[in-house]
Design a binder for this molecule. Structure first.
Ligand code: TRP
Length: 348
């Protein structure tokens, strides 16, 4: 007789790396979704500074970048009092559970991770062990809270599958002590990725075939969250398009990646869909559309930029938010980690 599968309390967890400037892709792809999910779920949002050091970091820049992401969370509308905002390094249980998971995950599983292959590049021998182990730490981030829902970009799907594999193998390997301790058939939930959002893929303004990215050399390829109104207007004016007028329906966006991207951005910012945007702008040239898009973007982003500037001037406030969040995160993580130690058979 196997124990019944427990129902896990819904909990959202997600993490953002503190590496450089946030752009419109991060905002529409992640932050808007994070803000949305707070209406329906308890949420834990983490600045993943332990993940950041898997590649070289200048310590003072890292410090500034951690505060910058925390500021962006708050400025975008995440309520750090109702929910939890903190930085990963301050809750030791993430690294502690990662060790246990290192002994659960298999070498073969990690060898399949495409993000490692991309990030390590040709010189794989010279990549840090941390970079290789990155997905295991990510599984620990999520599972140390026994989180059930994880809003992420589609590039993180494979890491979520690995997280589920690790949770499943832990539940199987330790089935007897898990049941004996009263946890039923599973200690860890199998967390669901939440991929859908207002704009899962925001593309470069210079090349509709490439994702908007902070590592693209040209700043004209992206809208930074802190760009002012002039910069936004100029970047949209210069954004690549094609010579045709805008189509009247979504079908007409096929094979027109730049038009598709701009219409998608408009829809996401306006909280509507592409069909509605094309109902208003179909048949027109790009020029009036671009003017409307720049105006909308300034309206939506400038309050966030202003709040980020205000928060940047008050690092003590940000640090206080992170400390408070870390304390509350630690309370959950420590209780789960104690249970893991009992399940594994450690004496405490
Ligand atoms: N790997 C994620 C990214 O690059 C960041 C991350 C780390 C994360 N830990 C996480 C995302 C846990 C979701 C849940 O986007």
């Amino acid at each position: 007789m196997s124990a019944p599968a427990p129902a896990f309390k819904p909990l959202v967890f997600s993490g953002v790396q503190p590496t450089g400037n946030l752009h419109l892709g991060n905002y529409l792809g992640a932050l808007v979704k994070f803000v949305d999910m707070q209406k329906t779920h308890d949420c834990v949002y983490c600045v993943v500074d332990l993940h950041a050091i898997t590649v070289a970091q200048e310590p003072r820049e890292l410090t500034a970048n951690i505060r910058e992401i925390a500021a962006a969370f708050i400025a975008s509308g995440i309520d750090a009092k109702k929910h939890i905002v903190f930085n990963q390094s301050q809750v030791a249980e993430h690294a502690e559970l990662a060790w246990v998971f290192n002994c659960v995950a298999r070498l073969g599983w990690l060898n399949r991770m495409t993000q490692f292959k991309e990030k390590a590049g040709k010189d794989r021998e010279n990549a840090s062990i941390g970079l290789y182990d990155y997905p295991v730490l990510m599984a620990s981030d999520i599972l140390v809270y026994r989180a059930t829902h994880v809003p992420v970009g589609d590039d993180q799907k494979q890491h979520l599958e690995l997280t589920r594999d690790i949770a499943q193998k832990f539940n199987n390997d330790y089935a007897a002590p898990i049941a004996a301790a009263g946890h039923g058939a599973a200690f860890f939930p199998l967390p669901e990725p939440i991929i859908q959002g207002p704009a899962t893929r925001v593309m470069s303004l210079r090349d509709g075939g490439k994702k908007m990215s902070k590592s693209e050399p040209s700043d004209y390829s992206r809208i930074n969250l802190t760009d002012d109104a002039d910069a936004i207007a100029q970047k949209i004016r210069k954004a690549k398009t094609d010579p045709e007028p805008l189509p009247g329906d979504v079908e007409g966006l096929k094979g027109r990646p730049e038009a598709d991207n701009l219409v998608g951005i408009f829809a996401a910012l306006a909280g509507t869909d592409k069909a509605t945007v094309l109902r208003d702008f179909g048949g027109q040239t790009f020029s009036p559309f671009k003017t409307a898009l720049a105006d909308l973007m300034v309206t939506k982003l400038s309050p966030i930029a202003a709040e980020m500037r205000r928060l940047r001037a008050d690092p003590a406030f940000i640090d206080g938010v992170l400390r408070d969040g870390s304390d509350r995160a630690r309370a959950i993580a420590a209780a789960n980690m104690k249970a893991v130690k009992d399940i594994v058979g450690f004496v405490r």
